[in-house]
Structures are given as C-alpha cells and as structure tokens.
Design a protein around this ligand. Structure first.
Ligand SMILES: Cc1cc2nc3c(=O)[nH]c(=O)nc-3n(C[C@H](O)[C@H](O)[C@H](O)COP(=O)(O)OP(=O)(O)OC[C@H]3O[C@@H](n4cnc5c(N)ncnc54)[C@H](O)[C@@H]3O)c2cc1C
Length: 504
C-alpha cells in the first residue's frame, strides 16, 4: 500500500516493526525481502513516483576541493538513483575484502563467501540473466571467440554484466504495493532519527512534508537506506540527544568518503595493426543469449597483493582508424601512436589497423579527510545541508598509471601487433579526471567500533536497533560500480533480521 505523507494528520504517531528510510536500490530490496514476513514494514520515501524540483532540491549542498554535483549525482524519488543509473554490474573480488594495510585499505569484517550467495540473487534482482562474472570459459564458448591470452600473470580479463538498467521504482512498485505487510509513505522526508536518552536505541523517526504537516514513526528496528551521502547527513543531523550526531561517538560518521576516479577513453590508447586481434566483446557490449556483457582488464589479485597497489578497471572502446582526424584522440599522443604503428610494421603511414581508447577507473584510497559534514545553511524543510570534501589522492593517479604500465608491458610482449600508448608520467598528473557518481564509505563497516560506524551485520555500533544499508557501509570498494554489492548486502541484512527477529 502507498500512502501520501502529505495526507497524514499532523502529530500522528505510527507504530511499526521495521522502518526503512529511503526507497532506492537498497530500500526497495529490503522491502522486497521483508514482504510476507509477520512484521509491519514502513518504507519511508522522500519523493513520489516522478522527479519533483522542490524535493530534488533537498539534495543541494556544498562541495569543497573538487566541485562535485551533490544534487545531480543522485535522484530523490521512489526508485532513488536507479532512476538514471547505467546498469554496470560486477561483484567485488576476494582481494577487495582482504584489505591492503600498506596503502590504507582496511579489510572487510566479512569475506567473499559471506556475499557469494547474495551476489547470485542480486544478479537476478538487477535482471542480468547471468552471474558468470569471472568465468572466461563461459564467455569464450558463448561468443565463439577466445579471450585475449596476455602473457604474464599481472593482468586478467574480467567481465561486467549489464542491468537493462533496472529502474527499481518502476520494476518493483507493484510488488511492494501488493505486499500486505508493507506500507510505503511517499512525500515523507525524514528529518531526524531520534534515540532514547542514553542513545542506545532508536525511538522515533520524525518526518516532514511540503504540505507543512509533521508526523512520526516509532519502529522496533530502523534501517537507513538514503544513499552514500545522505546516510551520513541524516546521522549527523540526528543530534538532539547527542550533539555530534547519532552513532558518531568516535567521530567517524561522514569520514572516508570514496569515489571512483575515472579517466576518459581519449587519454590512453591501444594501437593495433590487425583489428581482428581483439575480440569484439572487449570493445563493444554485445547481448548474447539475453545477457549484455563486456570484457575489461583488471590487475590480478596476486599482482595487487605483491605490488601493494590500488585496483583498476580498464575498458577499451573503438576510437578511430589511424590518421582519421575527424575523431577524438589525445593530440599529444596521436603522433606517437602513428609512429608506433609504423614501427610495428603497419602499412606505410596510417593506413590499416585500429586505435582504441582506454577508459580507466581506479580503486580509491580511503582517507579520513574525504568526508561529508554539515553546513550552517538549511534546506527548505529546515535540515542542515551536506558539504562534501573530496580530494582524490595523488597515490590513486599514480597507481592507475602503474596499472596502465602493467597492461602496456603485457601487450608489448604479446604478438607485437598491439601496443598501449600512455601519456608521460609527468603529463599524467595533469590529466583531467571524472568520477562515477558512486558515494561510498561514510558509515564504514568494521568489527572495531573505533574503526567503523557499523558492524559486520550493518548494525550501528552501540545502538541496538539501528542498521545502515547502502554503499556508505563499504570500508573499501575495489574499482567497480557499487550497486550489485549494495543489493547483495541489503539481501544479507534482511536475512540477518529474519534470523534474529525484531526485538532489537
Ligand atoms: C548517472 C549515474 C549513473 C550510475 N551508473 C551506475 C552503474 O552503471 N552501476 C552502478 O552500480 N551504479 C551506478 N550508479 C550509482 C547507483 O545509482 C547507486 O549506487 C544506487 O542507486 C544507490 O542505491 P541506494 O539505495 O543506496 O541510494 P539511492 O538509489 O540514491 O536511493 C536513496 C533513496 O532515499 C531517499 N531519501 C533520501 N533522503 C531521504 C530522507 N531524508 N527521507 C526519506 N527518503 C530519503 C531518496 O529519495 C532515494 O529514493 C550511477 C549513478 C548515477 C548518478
């Protein structure tokens, strides 16, 4: 059932078993998983079924260091940011869970085996029609083309699978509506999660609407699922009992914000004299037996452990034929690529061969100074706005460069007909970067309350009935898009609640 929060009489108090705040990928997954349980579930969503400017403006904030689009990188209505996500999906690798303390990457308190069954189910929820992310044999057989057999053990072929992309709001609206134990409150903005006087239990959630009415929901279990920036904002603004905010006894809420730094495809290039050498599924995203997929290059797990390096995802795109000036390319790199092709025995001059761009994304370095805090300015409903301070670290750029060099070395000794051209290391520091719109790390998971905001079950340390869902719990995130892992973790959290009950 859907209820418009604007129609609820002011000061109404609603009792429920489980309150889920936010109906994006995480919140809708939780609701679907909890459908049919004996518990009353309140799914509380700021927006309605379409974008509304006033509601979306509640996401406005400030950014420091990098001018980051706080509002444009999220969507605030039923379905959340999946209303415009790209659908790239991949699970984390075993090495991502282990941590690499030498470069500041903490271990997860859970391992790949804890998430493996949920990744398979998350692949279904994201409508991937497959969960064969790392099985080269499957894709060789289905495409009829062998994967690139690069020499050495430093670089692996991995696969992204693509969601249609699933709009969680549209796709699962009917299912959530039909679940007899779920009530979704739309146009309902949570302003504060209020604990008891000792701040050991959540007592109530206060809600405001643009119609002016305010009401509250009193849950036995409260789950934050408002996204990687807003989860931190909501904890920090929940300060009526503890001035530093909720679950923030160690000052960690909002810290360790992570984003994937990306470098667009024109910056590094692959040149080949023989365009048939690279199978089509490295350069395009074909749909094969209902599964849309793409092969990418990633540094191998053992290489990352040995070199103490951040991971990366390197994907290649057909750019242009050599010498075709009508297409994008890095002007600094272009003469070198043509020269390289000549030295590789390409036709006299630029005829023949193909140039591909290499799009890169790096694993971020968690840094306490990259963080979400509050400004003194308030939004239209009186809630303090978020400020994001994010400065990618030089080590991230450097690591990406080293990973590209590893790929170049592999190509360099392979067949002699494919080579990678990369800017000089000094130019690399000036390359313009982008990012993935992935907001992670601000309520990170650790078994140790001094190191993280939530424990291995996504429960806030020190608060009996408060849980967090979404990429804010990631202590590290590899180089891959977060949503598949968000959905898998939400499914695991629902199973945890089913096993534990809602007594809190
Ligand atoms: C352009 C773009 C492309 C992307 N492409 C990819 C991709 O290819 N692959 C990938 O894995 N990820 C991608 N992402 C990221 C992906 O969209 C997010 O990881 C995912 O949506 C996060 O899910 P979530 O449920 O944590 O948050 P959201 O989906 O953002 O949902 C949060 C929900 O909480 C609600 N809410 C917020 N505050 C309140 C409040 N105070 N009270 C009540 N409700 C509230 C919001 O309205 C929203 O519905 C992309 C993002 C963008 C912007």
């Amino acid at each position: 059932m859907f209820i418009d929060g604007r129609t609820i009489a002011g000061q109404t108090v609603i009792e429920t078993d489980i309150a889920i705040i936010g109906a994006g990928a995480a919140g809708i997954t939780l609701a679907r998983e909890l459908a049919g349980t004996p518990w009353r579930v309140a799914l509380i969503e700021s927006g309605s079924f379409d974008l509304d400017d006033d509601t979306q403006a509640l996401y406005d904030g400030e950014s420091g260091a990098v001018d980051y689009p706080l509002a444009a990188s999220r969507l605030r209505y039923f379905g959340g940011t999946t209303n415009h996500w790209g659908g790239w999906c991949r699970p984390l690798r075993p090495v991502d869970f282990e941590g690499r303390p030498g470069i500041g990457i903490p271990a997860w308190p859970i391992g790949p085996a804890d998430l493996a069954p949920y990744y398979r189910r998350a692949a279904d929820a994201c409508q991937l029609n497959s969960a064969d992310f790392d099985d080269i044999a499957v894709w060789q057989q289905r495409t009829g083309k062998p994967a690139l057999d690069l020499p050495g053990d430093d670089i692996d072929t991995r696969f992204f699978l693509y969601s249609p992309p699933t709009r969680f709001g549209e796709t699962y609206r009917g299912e959530v509506d039909r679940a007899a134990n779920i009530t979704t409150y739309l146009n309902s903005n949570v302003l504060e999660v209020v604990p008891d006087a000792a701040a050991t239990r959540v007592e109530r959630v206060t809600i405001a609407t643009f119609a002016g009415n305010r009401f509250e929901i009193r849950p036995r279990i409260c789950i934050l699922a408002t996204g990687g920036i807003e989860n931190a904002r909501l904890l920090l603004t929940s300060d009526s009992v503890q001035s530093a905010g909720l679950a923030n006894g160690n000052g960690l809420v909002g810290r360790y914000f992570m984003e994937h730094v990306t470098v667009p495809g024109q910056v590094a290039a692959i040149a080949t004299t023989d365009e048939t050498l690279i199978p089509f599924y490295y350069t395009h995203t074909p749909t094969i037996r209902g599964v849309t997929m793409r092969a990418v290059f990633m540094p191998a797990d053992d290489y990352l452990r040995r070199e103490n390096r951040f991971s990366a995802s390197l994907s290649i795109y057909e750019a242009h034929a050599p010498g075709d000036k009508s297409k994008d390319g890095d002007p600094k790199l272009e003469p070198g690529i043509l020269e390289m092709l000549r030295s590789m025995g390409a036709a006299n001059g630029p005829a023949g061969g193909m140039i591909y761009g290499v799009a890169c994304a790096t694993e971020p370095q968690p840094s306490a100074g990259n963080r979400v805090t509050l400004t003194t300015a308030r939004d239209a409903l009186g809630m303090r706005k978020a400020r994001l301070t994010w400065r990618p670290t030089p080590a991230e750029r450097d690591s990406l460069y080293q990973n590209l060099m590893a790929l170049a070395r592999s190509f360099g000794v392979w067949k002699g007909a494919v080579k990678l051209a990369i800017p000089n290391q000094s130019d690399w520091q000036d390359v313009e970067i982008g990012w993935g719109n992935h907001h992670m790390g601000t309520t990170r998971m650790s078994a140790d309350p001094a190191q993280g905001v939530v424990d291995a079950d996504c429960k806030a340390h020190g608060i009996a009935n408060l849980y967090v869902a979404g990429s804010s719990v990631f202590p590290s995130c590899g180089p891959v898009n977060p949503t598949l892992t968000i959905v898998a973790l939400a499914m695991r959290l629902a199973d945890h609640l089913k096993a534990k009950g809602v007594e809190g």
